[in-house]
Structure formats: structure tokens, C-alpha cells
Ligand binder design. Structure first.
Ligand code: KG4
Ligand code: ZN
Length: 409
């Protein structure tokens, strides 16, 4: 079975084609990533210090057809039509496409000349992220997938973005695929899902069976990295920048707060940690706590001090994430611990969680997904779609809508 997946919930335009081959006696198939194309919009958003939803939508409209073309080509399922034979139905089909792309005229303009030039590919299901995320951005992907499903008469399925992040754990490393490299995930498993919009601890009881046991009470972990990066004058997205700067810093230089680390629940507060860093910086530059920081205040910090702040912040964030994860793994007696979401690309988090599991949870298996599959991509959406394939419908293009506030079920 081949699944074509589309992901546009934030600032990456992604299209992937994944092949799933069932394994006898297992609910988890053998996945093969045939293509996983991502076009980043960082250049557009970094001037604003964050993602601007309407600009993201416009960029998705501009990029989707190019990304689709690359994805089909790389997967080897792209065939150009020999000649464009006009079909009697074309006119009425164009009208329907126009209504699907009612709010995406730029996308319609690019879609029509391309789609009429190529043959229907050998794809069994089309999947698309329909939430949670930035609603205008989501709509571009949802309407693109609706149009593809309608045009090719291929069943369509909406996928939860967070379920996609978790499902990335079932994928093999890009490019490599032998059965002995298949991920080992024993249930119940615990997943620490840490992205730009979410911080969640979930018990994965089985395929598609989740129990949310903890989440952030304010900012998400990735948001924390992004906001502290801004305090240090670094550009967006902050996570990779903080990690890079932290590599030359001393993680013990500043003792930032570790909010909620001792609370009896599995919740987090990254706004509290950011405030602790903010106060630390104000103290260093001689400002009172109620005074606002100015841009030229950063100039008073040496490069080494900035690196020390980045390293100390990163360590505080990692400490809280690991502490709660280890406690939850013990309390729920899970067999596997896994990571998901953009912050799961963080090397310190990956390494330190691994060491802690090894030394404290002997029987627990640490399933570590590759960093490239932790950040937003469409292969993870294809994997999640496989596990929900029974929900795919040929006429779903008529009703599928985006839902920015979708909650994992
Ligand atoms: O999952 P993702 O790609 O998009 C969302 O669904 O939000 O996550 C993006 C977040 C951003 O906040 C980014 O700063 C963070 O993941 N991130 C990292 C790293 N790479 C990306 N945070 C810490 N360390 C990293 N290496
Ligand atoms: Zn994400």
C-alpha cells in the first residue's frame, strides 16, 4: 500500500510517499519512505521573529505543487501524460476544483496546469494533517489534499498532527530499510511529545490508543526555546540556535528555575523557566525586574555569557522533561519510552534521556527516532494514516475541514 501525505500545519510545506507492507501477526507494518520532501519557510518568517499564519498560508499555496512534483518524482510514481486529451467531464471537474480552492486562488492557478499534465499515480490513500496547527496554513494543505483526492478518485483521510509526530517512531531511518532495523515498540509505551505548540506526556497503550497524563500549563517546550532565543538576540526558530550556542557554554553557570519539577503531576511550565532566564539577564545588565529589556542591553553580554545562558537554560529544560518522563515511565510501568516533536531533535535531551533510562529503568526499551523525523515532515503523517486507514473515504474530499484546535483522541 502506498500513502501520499501532505503536511502544512505550520511553516514547512511537506509531501511524502510511504509504502507500507503488512507483517504477519503484527499491527505494525514494515514502512519504507519513498520520498519525504520539505520546503522550509524560515527565510520568510524570521524577519517577524515567529511564524505569521497568513504568510505561511500564502507560501504553502506557492510551494505545494513544486513539493508534490519532487515527491512523486523521487518516489518513482510520476508519469507525464503523452498527450492532453480533452475529456467531456473536464469542465465540470474544473468547476469543482474552483470551489475547493475558493480561498486559495494562487494554489488553483498552479494546480490546474500541473495536474492535467500528469497521469494518476499508483497511490492507495491520500492523507493530510487537519489539525492542530495554524488554521490558515492547515487549510492550504487540506484543500490541496481534497483536490488531489477528488481529481484522482483516491480515498482521503485527515490526520492529527500530534498523532503524526508519535507515529514517526514507527518509521525506519530515511534511505535504509531492512526488517532487522524496524523500531521495537512494546506496549504500553510512554511518549514525550515536545514541539513548538505542544508538550505532552502520553501513555501509548496500543496503536491509536492514547492516554494524556500530563501537559504544559502555559508555553510549549519548543516555544520556550524560541522565546529564550529571542531574549538572546538569536533568530527564529530558536531551538537549533540555542543548541548550537549552548555547545560552547557552561550548563552550570546559571541555576535557572526548574518549574514544577517536584509537583506530583506530570505537567510542565516553560513560561516559568523563560521568566527565570529573563530575570537572570536583567540582573546581568543592571536592570530592575520591572524594567523592560532594550535591544542594546544584549550588547552588554559577552559571547561567552550568552553561551552560558543558552547552555544553562537548555539544561534546565532538559532536566524538567527528563525528570517527569522517568517518573511517569516508572509509575505506569511502561515497556518503551519514545520521543516526538521538534524538540526531540535536541541532542542533549536525546542523550541524557537515554543515559537516565539505561541507569534507572533497566527493563525499559528506549526507542529513539532520527532527528530528521522528529521535526515536521509528511512521512510521519503517512505512518499515522496507515494506522487509521479504515477511516479513509473516497468522498471525504466533500467534507474534510481544518481544525486548528484539534485535541488528540
Ligand atoms: O514539531 P515541530 O517541527 O513543529 C511543531 O509542530 O511545532 O517543532 C518545532 C519546534 C520549534 O519550537 C523549534 O525551536 C524546536 O522544535 N526545535 C528544537 C530543536 N530543533 C527544533 N528545540 C530544541 N533543540 C533542537 N535541536
Ligand atoms: Zn509538529
Amino acid at each position: 500500500m502506498k500513502i501520499l501525505a501532505v503536511e502544512t500545519s505550520c511553516d514547512d510545506t511537506c509531501v511524502s510517499i510511504v509504502e507500507a507492507t503488512p507483517i504477519k501477526g503484527s499491527k505494525v507494518p514494515s514502512f519504507r519512505i519513498l520520498s519525504n520532501i520539505t520546503s522550509s519557510q524560515i527565510k520568510i518568517h524570521k524577519h517577524y521573529g515567529g511564524v505569521v499564519p497568513t504568510l505561511a498560508k500564502r507560501a504553502h499555496e506557492n510551494n505545494l505543487v513544486t513539493v508534490l512534483k519532487k515527491s512523486l518524482g523521487e518516489a518513482g510514481v510520476l508519469k507525464n501524460k503523452k498527450s492532453r486529451i480533452k475529456n467531456q467531464n473536464d469542465k465540470s471537474k474544473f468547476k469543482i476544483l474552483e470551489s475547493i480552492f475558493d480561498k486559495e486562488p494562487v494554489l488553483m492557478e498552479k494546480f490546474l496546469p500541473y495536474i492535467t499534465k500528469i497521469e494518476k499515480p499508483g497511490i492507495d490513500i491520500i492523507a493530510v494533517t487537519y489539525g492542530p496547527g495554524l488554521e490558515p496554513a492547515l487549510w492550504a494543505g487540506v484543500n490541496f489534499a481534497r483536490a488531489l483526492s477528488f481529481w484522482w478518485s483516491i480515498p482521503l483521510l485527515g490526520v492529527d498532527h500530534m498523532e503524526g509526530h508519535i507515529s514517526a517512531n514507527f518509521l525506519p531511518k530515511i534511505g535504509k530499510m531492512t526488517n532487522d532495523q524496524l523500531p521495537i515498540i512494546n506496549f504500553p509505551a510512554l511518549c514525550l511529545a515536545v514541539s513548538g505548540g505542544h508538550t505532552q506526556l502520553l501513555i501509548v497503550k496500543n496503536i491509536n490508543k492514547y492516554e494524556l497524563i500530563g501537559e504544559t500549563v502555559d508555553d510549549a517546550a519548543g516555544e520556550g526555546f524560541d522565546k529564550v532565543a529571542r531574549l538572546l538576540g538569536l533568530s527564529f526558530p530558536g531551538g537549533p540556535q540555542i543548541a548550537r550556542l549552548a555547545a560552547t557554554g557552561d550548563a552550570r553557570a546559571f541555576n535557572f528555575a526548574r518549574p514544577m519539577i517536584n509537583s506530583k503531576n506530570y505537567n510542565f511550565s516553560f513560561s516559568g523557566l523563560k521568566t527565570s532566564v529573563l530575570y537572570g539577564i536583567k540582573k546581568l545588565v543592571g536592570k530592575k525586574l520591572d524594567q523592560t529589556l532594550e535591544k542594546n542591553d544584549f550588547a552588554k553580554l559577552s559571547k561567552q555569557t550568552k553561551a552560558d545562558i543558552a547552555a544553562s537554560f537548555q539544561q534546565a529544560a532538559v532536566d524538567v522533561l527528563i525528570s517527569k518522563t522517568i517518573r511517569a515511565a516508572r509509575d505506569y510501568r511502561v515497556k518503551t519510552v519514545m520521543l516526538a516533536g521538534g524538540v526531540a531533535a535536541n541532542k542533549k535531551l536525546r542523550d541524557q534521556l537515554g543515559s537516565k533510562i539505561k541507569s534507572e529503568l533497566y527493563a525499559v526499551n528506549y526507542q529513539l527516532l532520527t532527528a530528521e523525523l522528529a521535526t515536521d515532515n509528511a512521512a510521519m503523517i503517512a505512518a499515522a494514516a496507515y494506522f487509521r486507514k479504515n477511516r479513509a473515504r473516497i468522498d471525504k474530499w466533500k467534507t474534510l475541514t481544518a481544525d486548528g484546535n484539534l485535541k488528540i483522541s
